[in-house]
Write a protein that binds this ligand. Sequence first.
Ligand code: ATP
Ligand code: MG
Length: 584
Amino acid sequence: MSGTDSPWKVYTRLLGFARPYRGLLLLAGVGMLLEAGAGGAFAKLMESVVDETFIKRDEAKSLLLPAYIVGLFVIRGVAGYITDMGMGKAARSIARDFRVEVLGKYLRLPGLRFDTEPVPSMLVRLGSDSDQVAQAAVDAMKVMIQQSLQVIAMLAVMLYTSWQVTIAILLMAPPLAWMMDRVAKRYRRISHRIQESGAEMMQAADQTLSNQQEVKIYGAQRTELKRYAGLADTNLKLAMKVEATRSISSAMVQLMGAVGLALLLFFAGREAMAGRLTAGGFVSLMVSMMAIIPALKQLTNVQNMLQRGVASAQRLFTVLDADDEQDHGTRPLDRAKGVIEFRDITARYPGQSRPALEGINFTARPGTVTAIVGRSGSGKSTLIKLIPRFYEAESGQILLDGHPLQDYRLADLRRQIALVGQQVMLFDGTVAANVAYGELQGAQAGPMEEAVRGANAMEFVSELPEGLHAPIGHKGGRLSGGQRQRLAIARAMLKDAPILILDEATAALDNESERLVQNALQKLMPDRTTLVIAHRLSTIEHADQVLVLDQGHLVEQGTHGELLARGGLYAHLYQMQFREGEAG
Ligand code: ATP
Ligand code: MG
């Protein structure tokens, strides 16, 4: 089943999400039955009120009936409360279930998904879509059942009071309703047009006023004014049309109402002449009819509610039905040695004619540093993103300790990797919670402090009022760039993974923080397999091998010295870029 199924299928699937709450819904259903019953009883009671109190002047009943009315409304109120609470709780719970499930799903989707669906759109799925779905599933159902019950109860009262009049009314009602609907639709159409005309006028004025200098220089005041006046005239004509339509339509609607009432009177009168309908019966009929009309109106709105909800549900189901990241590996992996081998790797983003990486071969061994350099867009980030399997290669194999990455469970594989990105990801929380993140949660205070110290972060953390337990603000907003980076390094240190991947910041840190960050990284590198997208000369000079990428190809490979001596692309880049960086 997928999001493109028929609305009915989507809706039934949606109702599946209501299943856990059927108890609540059942309770609400009982409430609705009581509500409708009380409403019907009230309409019927009107008959006795008129006949007993006013016509027969029955003293005892005239005291009892007002009490009945209050009693009926107490029942109705309590029943309404039960309905609203039951339905409301079910709807909100369904929305919550959707939210949690959809966020969980997003986190299981492959990295590619995040290129095709922007995060703000994901937020809409979690926000208004989830709410609307709950509305469709529950609120629409509520209106449908509640108002249908209301209609049924009132119809029953009417039929019971006088089936002859009721049937006559039922026959007359549809043509009247149809005509009222036509009139209302015409009014809506015209008022929509006037909104558009208003927007056009605004646009024209905006254009003229924002470009006032051009208007003046080119002497365009008169043409601009003429254009605006034309639009304003159209607007005026439309406004008059709306006024006329509104007036006529409200007169028409009232006329229809009067015709309906006249018909009721006509038939009721004939029944009264025949001695089959009392004055009280007539009042009862009127009250019931009055109650049916708004109920019917609400029922016609259900369609809209359902449509919107089904559209939202379709979008959500498309997300829920998308394929998870491939995760079929079974090879046990506790702690990897960290030998990474790329074998003829080609990678391509969807829709790309030229692969982002092509025929890449290299090996990175434990205890060594592999620096990756190349122009912007040469494929450096793509290369490192293949290792935690954020993306899958199109062909070729990446081996970890001699086995393809796909042989391992994703969670196991990713546990082997510490990653310090260019943009440091921090979360709203304390320093400690950010360092001991995810599976590191619950780390002992000792190792954590050691990591923070190792990352040269202790010096600023200890100055925060609450130290390790200081909140760092949304996305770490209360920290400087270099401080954020050092926290990320502390996180990587605490993880103590055999593979370390770094995307060095190019952002200009001042010399002091750069030195601190660099120094922290140096401490992290030994005994691990380190891959670093390098911008800093010091990193590259000390690297065991440098990979030079150009347009997705590995064009040079060697140590800094070897590559410089070769006088190829690396030497060129070095002249252009790294020397400049050194000077600055
Ligand atoms: P920079 O130094 O600017 O970060 P880079 O070497 O890291 O560049 P990559 O990000 O690997 O370059 O990009 C390699 C190629 O793949 C580029 O042509 C880029 O336009 C393309 N590319 C990168 N990410 C995506 C993506 N998510 N979807 C489609 N194409 C992408
Ligand atoms: Mg990059």
